[in-house]
Design a protein around this ligand. Sequence first.
Ligand SMILES: Cc1cc2nc3c(=O)[nH]c(=O)nc-3n(C[C@H](O)[C@H](O)[C@H](O)COP(=O)(O)O)c2cc1C
Length: 257
Amino acid sequence: MSNLYAIYFSATDTTSRCVNYICRGLNLKLTSTINLADDFDVVFPDFTSEDIVIVAAPVYGGRIPALVAESFARLKGNNAIAIALAVYGNRDYDDALLEISDILNNKNFRIVGTGAFIGQHSIFNKVGVGRPDLNDEQELLHFGKACKKAIEENKLGNIQVKGNRPYKKIAGVPIHPKGSKVKCIKCGKCVASCPVDAISIEHPWETNNSKCLTCGRCIHVCSQNARRNSGISYNIIGAIFKAAFSKRKDPFWTVGD
Ligand SMILES: Cc1cc2nc3c(=O)[nH]c(=O)nc-3n(C[C@H](O)[C@H](O)[C@H](O)COP(=O)(O)O)c2cc1C
């Protein structure tokens, strides 16, 4: 019997929502879900060749986040079937989907489908507003159904993925969220949910910028709206992004033939 696993990094829940719609399309119940944002060092399950594993990540600077790539590199496919998914904020996914696919091929998975879908931009939230939306949902269901059909017909592999090798150079983001001492109630949610321990329980309104990934999870979990990105460069880059990347991009997916 085959088990369905979802392994991803999702800080502001757009990647996890995309994964869930794919599962609905596959019409299979998830055996287990791993969000690396909870723990990069998690022990992965032992897969069999019957298993189906959805491996997904958001796009950061045209790549997948380096810590996510490091974790994915610990996966052992054992010939399991994989679906590769990159979720991006309506700018571009550049080499990110290729990076995931390369890892999966190297780790002995058989890829049945790859997809690049759009989520609201987690830094510049006026870009990709409300994505994934109803149209994306339908497309994710179609993708899941197409993967299921390809698995039944044993059409695995031979998938061309957009991107270049060597991959784009990783560039850091010079923007980091800060908290408001006035609004903060010291509940500790941001401290517990930060994937890289960049927030201290003593001073949760501060951020250790040298650790921070700018993933936005601290903003996403804060019930007091006490944390946000701000500053001159944030406003300037935000305005540039809004002007340049507001035109709706469509999802792209492929399955094996
Ligand atoms: C540090 C960082 C870099 C990003 N780089 C890109 C990018 O290169 N292209 C793009 O379209 N979106 C980019 N995004 C937006 C995310 O890919 C997008 O919002 C994604 O849906 C976030 O996934 P999550 O909600 O599962 O965390 C970036 C976001 C962050 C935080």
